[in-house]
Design a protein around this ligand. Structure first.
Ligand code: ADP
Ligand code: MG
Length: 745
């Protein structure tokens, strides 16, 4: 063990084996190779490089799945060997055929005739290299190999010592073979004993878990299958446990941060507001309202995620919380992802508050100017200078009770007098950093309370893994969607005439006084500009595929339906133009828009009760959650909705499954679950907000949901006990990478 000098005093601290440098343990050459190929520096890096699979001695690797161009490690038996002189050059070529018992593969060596002595017919071993295709035969040229001892060869015996009968096969590189990794692991494991274990003994007992040291030995050098199974279970448990511990630690660290408790003496404004609502609150809305009120009452900042399907009534919940904060003297910010949504929020907040609201304009006669007026300020990039100045002044002086804008605006130069609550609409557009900036807007050293709202339902285990440091509230009824939406898939390739019927139906809807959305993936055909947000989920992008565009669709449809008024909406339009189109589509106007042809900018939040029909072009291009979001724009009034998904391919990209999932249910949670099953793990964690999931190696958030729940429960109770500090210390000692993650936040 290396001796470290700390603060001038020579000590021999208990440096965990995990933090020791590989160069001290393995020697420079091997350590350099591991660093170059994999970036491994410490023993911990190497010990957590788990085998990709295991081969069993005597049981050969099937060649079937072996891909040309990839580095592979196979277990095979030599079935023939020939050597001949090369035709054009001097020297010998040695061709060895190896077999998996069914297929065969060729090994080629140039000028290494001496290998004949080793590679005798009947010998088995591991062979590693990059597979090439040589005239239709899969070939490894100059592979590295490790032959199994045949009882007569003591040198080979030595090489074999680190492998039991179950042979680990590691993710390897061009220059380092699986068994070279195995032999390095063997060296490191030899000095690994009695690691501190983050999982307390009582938990290990209860769940029959190996200890950490045993598990690492067993995952790398399993003695039996049951040994391996037990190790895998323990390591998955370990990952879930460590992750939940770190998330718990974040929650606790937050408790050290001060917020101002927002405890109104009475709920005057909220009570008046409730009485004005044209409907009764759902039980869910009341329950979540109480959860939020309790958080606001506390001197540590709320960090709550409110998830509820589109139309579940999140806005009202947020508004009620805001009224309480205002009642207790604080200000609120409501942040939307786009300017269009910010203005829509402003309109709907004004409408909901009715005469409780004042919009800060100088025409006070039209506004409530009474003592309890709620002053609502819209702050957008398109405000004229004078109005912007006034808005900023109102925010700084505390006059503005509710400030509505996009996050960009609020983040910039805006100073609040006393920001008590930040409500962020549509969580998935905001990153961790943006959230952090907002948190710094509180009065003095305090932080505001934060409520993030998302309409993308997150299955519980994903929430536990990736949003685990937030508290989660859920609205699971949709009061505004009782009428329902019917969904059909129309394949434009196989049944083009069905599309004709769709346009007729569009015309009928307009005649009946309803509004229609047409969604296209691109803005214009010439540019084929893709207006799909980069965070869209899972839909593969096919090249050379016809993409419907907003501009061309309008031209085409307008010439066919001259009596219908079409309007365009996409991300490249000027804000004033967007406003104009939206208001002509949403409200009674002199020159109304009947059919809005738009890109996915309408995906979130847009609330148009008169909209009854939506046609989604190139529906195969969109992911499940995005289609669900889009569809949520219709059927919000008292008339049922009709959603047509137009498929423009033959579905060989898996899109048919997605579209069928959307067709068969409107339940957001069911769809989110389906989405998880269809998508790959990496895509699921693509939305990770915690930055922690990159350290997961064996744990799978979808498959291992039960384990994640167990770990969460265990951590929650241990965190209240005297063992907690020991758990954190053990994590610190055995896992450098994860601790770094923690420090970053
Ligand atoms: P979300 O933001 O969750 O998509 P909103 O808050 O915009 O949902 O609400 C959607 C629609 O439902 C709005 O028109 C709203 O007025 C209405 N709404 C909200 N709560 C209720 C309720 N309890 N009963 C009936 N309608 C409601
Ligand atoms: Mg909303």
């Amino acid at each position: 063990m290396a001796i470290h000098l700390w603060g001038g005093i020579e000590t021999m601290p208990e440096v965990s084996i995990f933090k020791q440098n590989l160069s001290d343990l393995l020697g420079g050459k091997s350590a350099k190779g591991l660093e170059k190929s994999f970036g491994f520096v410490t023993a911990g890096d190497l010990l957590q490089h788990f085998p990709r699979r295991y081969a069993e001695r005597g049981e050969l690797t099937s060649f079937e799945k072996i891909e040309v161009g990839k580095p592979v490690t196979i277990m095979a038996t030599v079935s023939s060997i020939t050597s001949r002189r090369m035709q054009n050059k001097r020297g010998w070529i040695l061709v060895v055929t190896v077999t998996d018992g069914r297929d065969s593969m060729q090994l080629t060596f140039f000028n290494q005739k001496w290998r004949e002595k080793e590679l005798q017919i009947g010998r088995s071993g591991l062979f590693a290299g990059t597979v090439t295709d040589y005239r239709g035969t899969r070939t490894l040229t100059h592979p590295q190999y490790l032959l199994f001892a045949d009882g007569s060869d003591s040198d080979l015996e030595a090489l074999n010592q680190f492998a039991g009968s179950i042979i680990p096969v590691y993710p390897s590189s061009q220059s380092i073979t699986s068994w070279q990794i195995a032999s390095s692991v063997d060296v490191v494991l030899a000095s690994t004993s009695d690691l501190v274990d983050p999982i307390p003994e009582s938990v290990r007992k209860e769940f029959g878990l190996m200890d950490w040291t045993q598990a690492l030995h067993a995952i790398h050098q399993p003695q039996s299958h049951s040994d391996l199974e037990a190790a895998r279970y323990r390591i998955k448990f370990h990952e879930a446990f460590v992750l939940q511990s770190l998330l718990e630690e974040r929650r606790r660290a937050r408790r050290g941060i001060k917020a101002i408790a927002r405890q109104p003496k009475n709920h005057g404004r909220r009570t008046r507001f409730d009485a004005m609502l044209p409907f009764v609150l759902t039980n869910g809305q009341i329950r979540v309202g109480e959860e939020i009120a309790a958080d606001l009452n506390s001197e540590s900042p709320m960090m709550r995620l409110l998830q509820g399907d589109v139309g579940s009534g999140k806005t009202i919940v947020a508004l009620r919380a805001m009224l309480d904060v205002i009642e207790s003297g604080g200000q609120c910010a409501l942040l939307a992802p786009t300017e269009v949504l910010a203005s829509q929020h402003f309109d709907s907040v004004m409408k909901l508050l009715k005469d409780m609201a004042s919009d800060g304009s100088l025409m006070t006669s039209m506004n409530n100017s009474g003592a309890d007026a709620v002053h609502v300020t819209l702050l957008t990039g398109s405000l004229p200078t004078a109005a912007r100045k006034q808005a900023l002044l109102d925010i700084a002086s505390g006059t503005a009770g509710i400030v509505i804008g996009t996050h960009a605006l609020i983040q910039e130069s805006v100073e609040f007098f006393d920001l008590g609550l930040v409500v962020i609409d549509e969580q998935h557009r905001f990153g961790v950093e943006q959230r952090a900036v907002l948190m710094n807007k509180g009065r003095g050293n305090t932080k505001p309370h934060v409520l993030v709202m998302t309409a993308t339902p997150i299955p519980r285990t994903v929430a536990l893994t990736t949003f685990g440091d937030l508290d989660v509230s859920t609205l699971d009824e949709s009061p505004s969607m009782r009428v329902g939406v019917e969904t059909h898939v129309v394949n434009a390739m196989t049944v083009p005439n069905h599309l004709e019927r769709v346009w007729e139906r569009m015309s009928e809807e307009v005649t009946a006084g309803n509004k229609v959305f047409i969604v296209c993936p691109s803005i214009s055909e010439q540019e084929n500009t893709d207006d799909i947000d980069s965070d869209h989920s899972g839909a593969p992008i096919a090249t050379n595929q016809k993409l419907h565009s907003v501009n061309e669709s309008i031209v085409e449809l307008a010439s066919r339906f001259p009596d219908i008024s079409f309007g365009a909406l996409h991300g490249q339009m000027k804000p004033e133009l967007k406003q104009d189109v939206m208001s002509r589509f949403t409200e009674a106007a002199a020159n109304p828009v009947d059919v809005l042809v738009a890109t996915t900018v309408i995906e979130v939040g847009v609330d148009v009760p008169a909209a009854t029909m939506m046609v989604i072009q190139n529906a195969e291009r969109f992911g499940i959650s995005q289609l669900h979001q889009l569809r949520g724009r219709i059927g919000r009034g008292d008339r049922p909705g009709l959603c047509i998904l137009v498929q423009n391919n033959f579905g060989n990209d898996g899109s048919t499954d997605r579209l069928e999932a959307i067709r068969s249910t409107t339940n957001g949670f069911e769809l989110a679950q389906r989405d998880l099953e269809i998508r790959r793990e990496g895509d699921v964690l693509g939305q990770d907000q915690s930055g922690l999931s990159s350290s997961l190696r064996l744990l799978r958030v979808v498959e291992d949901s039960e384990l994640i729940e167990i770990a969460r429960d265990q951590v929650t109770s241990i965190a209240e006990s005297s063992t907690w500090d020991a758990v954190l210390a053990a994590i610190d000692a055995t896992d450098f990478e994860r601790v770094t993650h923690l420090e970053k936040t």
